[in-house]
Design a protein around this ligand. Structure first.
Ligand code: SAH
Ligand code: SF4
Length: 385
């Protein structure tokens, strides 16, 4: 039995090569790519400008398959969250955040994460596996065309685009799943696919220094770095990767990246943890740390989860902290959160179900959780850039 090639796994160059293997010219690959990524087609028969002989060939050898949606919930303000099945009892989250002038999709790159940051529930579930290209780009494919269907907007380049920005801030460390992540990024930017500008695609990393350099050469999109601490001793305890790539190296990598970046600043994400990293002294230390790195700060109020043993800084502390940074001349925003009363925070939902029960039990539990928490959204609401 031949296995079908999932065309969502192929970047533009690979699709051209694939068509070549079928004896087709490169422009066929472009047509095919437009059908897939601009029209959301998964049925080869719908691709009317492709010769019937090619469509028949594709039907026997290829498929267009995004991962299955386990659940789908929309909050009252339009934020929509999908739980995506990536097999073997693993699930990841994809979140759409509509705003007045843009629609941002937050996508995941790994099931679980090996970095194991102290404040992150994705990290607490450990590393399960890397997502494939099809599973990463499939989140955008599924979300864009599902959002259009919901609104009755036609597919194709003329239909109003629902997703204008993508942030890789869901589950997983994108730079530890490098090749599939970069292939998916290339598809996001390609004019025959989603055609997003590099400024509108942001990759968030906990600081994998050599891969930051590699990304600057392969696909320099906007960069966000999860800083969370103002000195090495503190960061070693919060982001264990810091022991391998300490702050001095990280700051130097950020500066190098900016020579290639589409924006002239790096965004530093900083999770506000009560009594841990949130004093004025920490903010002053940050000012010294980043003095040579053009940057903005995005302060994220910690989204608590039971086993973390951490709590969120209160609002007045966050404000005072932001003020110290702003007085030091750094543009600083505070990410709004909602649904504080529930556990559906970053990676929380999928994390909660990642126990040792059998796959089917896990799936059932996932559905129950979504049922229970579905209308509430924990982490990302507004992504400032
Ligand atoms: N692995 C990448 C991207 C995914 S995490 C990274 O770490 O950058 C996206 C952002 O959410 C990171 O800045 C991360 O530190 C933050 N985050 C994780 N858990 C959180 C929590 N419980 N509360 C608030 N922010 C959290
Ligand atoms: Fe991984 Fe990012 Fe969570 Fe750290 S914050 S454990 S790098 S997903």
């Amino acid at each position: 039995m031949t296995t079908l090639t999932n065309l969502l796994d192929l970047d533009p160059a690979q699709l051209i090569a694939y068509c070549g293997e079928l004896g087709e010219k490169p422009f066929r690959a472009k047509q095919l790519q437009r059908w897939i990524h601009q029209f959301g087609a998964s049925d080869f028969d719908a691709m009317t400008d492709l010769a019937k002989s090619l469509r028949d060939k594709l039907k026997t050898r290829a498929m267009i398959a995004a991962p299955a949606v386990i659940s789908d919930h929309t909050s009252s303000d339009g934020t929509r969250k999908w739980l995506i099945d990536v097999g073997q009892g693993n699930a990841v989250e994809t979140v759409f955040i509509p705003e007045e002038n843009r629609g941002t999709l937050c996508i995941s790159t790994q099931a679980g994460c090996a970095v194991n940051c102290r404040f992150c529930s994705t990290g607490k579930q450990g590393f399960n596996r890397n997502l494939s290209v099809g599973e990463i780009i499939g989140q955008l494919w599924m979300a864009e065309f599902e959002l259009r269907r919901t609104k009755g907007i036609e597919p194709g380049p003329k239909g109003e685009r629902q997703i204008t920005n993508v942030v890789m801030m869901g589950m997983g460390e994108p730079l530890l799943n490098y090749e599939p992540t970069v292939t998916a990024l290339k598809l996001m930017l390609d004019d025959n696919a989603y055609g997003l500008s590099r400024r509108r695609v942001t990759l968030s990393t906990s600081g994998v220094v050599p891969m930051i350099d590699k990304l600057s050469q392969d696909c320099a999109v906007a960069l966000a770095v999860s800083l969370h601490a103002s000195n090495d001793a503190l960061r070693d305890g919060l982001v264990p990767l810091n022991k391998k790539y300490p702050l001095k190296e990280l700051m130097a990598a950020c500066k190098r990246y900016l020579e290639f970046a589409p924006r002239d600043f790096v965004t530093f994400e900083y999770c506000m943890l009560d009594g841990v990293n949130d004093t004025d002294q920490h903010a002053r230390e940050l000012l010294a740390l980043v003095q040579n790195v053009p940057c903005k700060f995005n302060l994220i109020p910690f989204n608590p989860f039971p086993e973390s043993g951490l709590t969120r800084s209160n609002n007045s502390r966050i404000k005072a902290f932001a003020q110290v940074l702003m007085d030091g001349g750094i543009v600083t925003t505070v990410r709004k959160t909602r649904g504080d009363d529930i556990d559906a925070a970053c990676g929380q939902l999928a994390g909660e179900v990642q126990d040792r029960t059998r796959v089917q039990d896990r799936m059932k539990k996932m559905a129950e959780y979504q049922e229970k928490f579905g209308k509430n959204f924990g982490r990302i609401v507004e992504i400032s850039s």
